[in-house]
Structure formats: structure tokens, C-alpha cells
Ligand binder design. Structure first.
Ligand code: SF4
Ligand code: MG
Length: 324
């Protein structure tokens, strides 16, 4: 397994007390596989990604337990410098907001080229040629001219392609993309997702795709891990989830996105809001919003139940959910 996250815990100190942003999260990603981590905002998915990348702002955030095995080594046990080396060569991240992640006073070509001068010791001229090659690869038209332009001269979608070009520059084994298309309009979203999927195939990279939008994952993800209040509540191959969710929260998410295969069906948003992470409900954290909740849900935290060899759901009544 390329990335194997085991029982990860992350806490934040806030004015309202300790927030358990990530509360025992486990998942794995193989080479060439795409895992979508799905959840509403505040579910802990971005914090999980930051903990994996080792870029959690400290303090107030702190990894308090677990393992992050990348190519067999526990990143949490490495010294910062060693970790930076692993991260630089082995994994890269794509953020939602390309404009604030790119340097506004450097041309796109200089920023892309820097990857090769700094990390590969290339000459400026060779690095420039590589920058153009990369821009071609992420299908930015007229790369030879645009390599001299600044980030603000690119559209949102093209800027996101630049971010993706930076991420793949050193051919990492793993890319973590946190809401990579959220700021884009729907058509451009689809193009950027297609590009990510294609590059992932070409380079056999692992891809962790973090999103709140179930609509974008159907075509690109192999597996989905659904997060709620700092935990993974369901994890399964994407087709299984679409066929029949084994967790009421997943069902709620599915019922709130339009699907071409279920035209004319009514859409239902999940009632209520996700809890504050400093004040997670007792028992099953989803119980105040769950249409299937019963007494036991208010007292006992559901452990992940094995639904099949490749699938788990943390719900006392997963069987009912699956059949309902
Ligand atoms: Fe709903 Fe209970 Fe299952 Fe939680 S454990 S999702 S409250 S049925
Ligand atoms: Mg986020």
C-alpha cells in the first residue's frame, strides 16, 4: 500500500476547548488508485490531509496519535528535515485556491522552473523548457507564450492547471488534492477532474481527492471514505456506495445530489448542521440528524462494522440502511 493512515488523531486547542478534528481516522491508498475523502465542511477532511502532508499549523493543531505510513515509513516518526525530503519527492498537494498558493510576483514559468532548478539542479534554460513541457501536459494552450505570464493573467481553471503542473513536476507517488475544483464553474470543474484522472493513470500515482461534493467523485474515484465529525463513517468502493449506502449519512449525501440515473427524483438536503468539533454529540455523532436514530445511538459510539472485505460502516443499523 502506498499510503496507509492508521488511527490518526489530531486535536486543536480553541477558546471553546479541545476540538478533536480527527478522531481515529484510518484509510489506505494504493498506487494508481483514487480515494475520495468526502464530507461537509468541518468534518476533518482537510485537517486529515494536512496531517498526512505534515503541514499542520502547530500550535494550535497537533497530531496526538496514529501512524501515517508512506511507502512503508511512518512519516510521523521522521525528523522535520527528513520528512520534508520525503514530501518533496514523494507527495504533493493541490489546494482549492490557486491564486493564493502561487507567488503573484513571479511568472508561472519561473515558479514551475524553480521546481527543477531547486530540486533537480537543472540550469535555468533547461528548467524553462521543462516548464513549457509541463504546461503542455496539463493542456494550457500556447504554453510557450504563457510561460512568461503572471498568475493573475490566467483564468481560475488555467491557474488550477498550473497548480496541478507544479504538483506533478517531480512525479510524486501521491497527490493530495483538497477541493481542487470547488472555486471553478461546473464545466471547468469537469475538465480539471478529467485532467487529474488522466495524469493519475499516466503516472500511476495515488490520488487522494478531498471534496464536499459527491457529484464530482462518481467518475474519478475508486473508493470513497465518508467523514463525519472527525471520523470515517463509511468506506467502500465507489460503486457499492452508489448502489446502496451502508450508513445513513452517506445516504443523506446521496439523496442531496442530482443524479442523471435517477431523474425526476426529489432531492433532500440532510436536516440540521454538522456539530462543532469542540462539542460532538455523545454516542453516534450523527444521531441528532439521523432519520434512523434509536436509543442506543444516543449512548454508544458505533464501531466500524465490516460490511464486506472491502467495505466498512460505523453504524449500529448498517444492515437496515443497506437494505432500506
Ligand atoms: Fe443513525 Fe444510529 Fe447509525 Fe448513527 S448509529 S448513523 S444515529 S442509525
Ligand atoms: Mg476544507
Amino acid at each position: 500500500m502506498l499510503l496507509d493512515v492508521r488511527d490518526l488523531h489530531v486535536e486543536f486547542r480553541t477558546r471553546d476547548g479541545v476540538a478533536r478534528a480527527v478522531n481515529g481516522v484510518s484509510f489506505g491508498v494504493d498506487a494508481g488508485e483514487t480515494l475520495a475523502v468526502l464530507g461537509e465542511s468541518g468534518s476533518g477532511k482537510s485537517v486529515t490531509a494536512q496531517a498526512v502532508m505534515g503541514i499542520l499549523d502547530t500550535p494550535p493543531g497537533r497530531v496526538t496519535g496514529g501512524e501515517v505510513l508512506f511507502q512503508g515509513r511512518d512519516l510521523l516518526k521522521l525528523k522535520e528535515e527528513e520528512r520534508r525530503r520525503v514530501r518533496g519527492a514523494g507527495m504533493a498537494m493541490v489546494f482549492q485556491d490557486a491564486l493564493s498558493s502561487l507567488n503573484p510576483v513571479l511568472t508561472v514559468g519561473d515558479q514551475l522552473g524553480e521546481m527543477f532548478t531547486v530540486h533537480r539542479g537543472m540550469s535555468r534554460k533547461d528548467a524553462r523548457a521543462k516548464a513549457v513541457e509541463l504546461m503542455d501536459q496539463v493542456r494550457i494552450p500556447a504554453a510557450r507564450e504563457r510561460v512568461r505570464q503572471y498568475p493573475h493573467q490566467f483564468s481560475g481553471g488555467m491557474r488550477q492547471r498550473v497548480m496541478i503542473a507544479m504538483a506533478i513536476a517531480l512525479e510524486p507517488a501521491l497527490i493530495i488534492a483538497d477541493e481542487p475544483t470547488t472555486a471553478l464553474d461546473v464545466t471547468v470543474q469537469a475538465q480539471v477532474m478529467d485532467l487529474l484522472a488522466e495524469l493519475r493513470r499516466e503516472y500511476r500515482m495515488g490520488l487522494v481527492l478531498i471534496t464536499h461534493d459527491l457529484g464530482v467523485v462518481a467518475d474519478v474515484a475508486d473508493r470513497i471514505a465518508v467523514m463525519y465529525a472527525g471520523r470515517v463513517v463509511e468506506s467502500a468502493p465507489v460503486d457499492d456506495i452508489y448502489k446502496a449506502p451502508a450508513h445513513p449519512y452517506t445516504r443523506g449525501l446521496l439523496d442531496s445530489v442530482p443524479r442523471l440515473d435517477l431523474k425526476g427524483r426529489e432531492l433532500h438536503a440532510i436536516r440540521g448542521l454538522p456539530p462543532s468539533l469542540t462539542d460532538v454529540p455523545r454516542g453516534c455523532a450523527f444521531h441528532p440528524r439521523c432519520p434512523m436514530a434509536r436509543d442506543v445511538c444516543r449512548t454508544d459510539v458505533p464501531a466500524p462494522h465490516e460490511v464486506s472485505a472491502t467495505r466498512a460502516a460505523a453504524c449500529h443499523f448498517w444492515k437496515e440502511c443497506l437494505n432500506g
